[in-house]
Design a protein around this ligand. Structure first.
Ligand SMILES: Cc1cc2nc3c(=O)[nH]c(=O)nc-3n(C[C@H](O)[C@H](O)[C@H](O)COP(=O)(O)OP(=O)(O)OC[C@H]3O[C@@H](n4cnc5c(N)ncnc54)[C@H](O)[C@@H]3O)c2cc1C
Ligand code: FES
Length: 269
């Protein structure tokens, strides 16, 4: 049984086009789901042509427009390969919007600094779009083709700082380098800020460490492997602080977004 604000709906593909290299953008008509989406939430998709179609795949909701929502996905395995071959007019089953997303920044509050690795950019767009104030997006990837949707963030009026590990685009190195430089920059105009991050676990851990070191608030999207996506199977749990100890919480329901101070990193692979 699904909660009040999550729905299972048959959605029709409006477009499914290659963004670049291994990345695709999939737009689905979903009049029931689209109006409910909050930044950082995800949809759980059943891909009918897959042999094991019962197993759904989770994807952050990238954009919402009228009665459609879209995802930005990377082909990494069987499910995403099959998905990339589906065409406009075909149907999928979607459960969404799922999970506890980011806190939308408030007018006059902290300046948002977004940190994204690869497809982590997908979880950030709605947050930037719905934020009453613009901030900076730090985006990192292994190489040039992993730097996604820069132009869309710039069109919203956000500053984008890109890093690639191989130096093929932007600054060479890890995405946390320019973030640290901004935090330590005595000439920065930003005095009061909050970090929001989505990407690989080592990147999230590094952002969490910076947040702790400089005592700044941070929300991290923990995209663990998921099975049911709705809180039943417990495959997605991570340890979080609780009183003097810790407890497991489900990233699909209590997350994927958590306050960085709550996460017990020693218990996460
Ligand atoms: C909350 C959440 C949001 C996500 N948002 C996006 C998104 O916006 N765009 C996107 O491209 N992907 C996203 N993912 C990851 C996506 O779900 C997986 O890439 C997808 O399920 C892989 O399916 P597959 O059948 O193609 O690959 P599989 O054959 O299942 O796996 C292929 C490879 O992908 C790896 N993989 C599978 N799941 C994950 C995961 N959760 N994180 C990292 N690696 C994984 C496997 O370890 C394996 O190496 C998200 C995952 C979660 C939990
Ligand atoms: S994926 Fe089943 S409980 Fe989270």
């Amino acid at each position: 049984m699904l909660g009040a604000a999550m729905l299972e709906q048959t959605v029709q593909i409006v477009a499914n086009e290659r963004d670049r290299n291994l990345y695709f953008r999939l737009v689905m008509r979903a009049p029931q789901i689209a109006p409910l989406v909050q930044p950082g939430q995800f949809a759980h998709l059943r891909i009918p042509p897959l042999k094991a179609a019962l197993l759904r795949r989770p994807f952050s909701i990238f954009q919402v427009e009228d009665d459609t929502f879209s995802i930005l996905y990377k082909t990494v395995g069987q499910g995403t390969e099959v998905l990339s071959r589906m065409r406009a007019g075909e149907e999928l089953s979607a459960i969404g919007p799922l999970g506890h997303g980011f806190t939308t920044p408030r007018a006059g509050g902290e300046t948002p600094l977004l940190v994204a690795g690869g497809y982590g950019m997908a979880a950030m767009f709605l947050l930037a779009q719905r934020s009453p104030q613009n901030g900076i997006v730090f985006v990192g990837g292994r190489r040039r083709e992993d730097i996604l949707c820069e132009d869309e963030f710039r069109a919203l009026g956000w500053e984008v700082r890109a890093t690639t590990e191989d130096g093929s685009y932007g600054e060479k190195g890890l995405v946390t380098q320019p973030l640290l430089a901004e935090i330590q920059n005595p000439k920065s105009k930003i005095r009061n800020y909050k970090l929001f991050a989505c990407g690989p676990t080592p990147m999230l851990k590094a952002v969490g460490a910076l947040a702790a070191e400089f005592d700044v608030p941070a929300e991290l999207s923990m995209d663990e492997h998921m099975c049911c996506g709705v809180g039943v199977c417990l495959t997605c749990v991570i340890p979080v602080k609780s009183g003097d100890g810790w407890k497991y919480q489900r990233t699909c329901t209590e997350g994927p977004v958590f306050d960085a101070r709550q996460i017990v990193w020693e218990g996460i692979r």
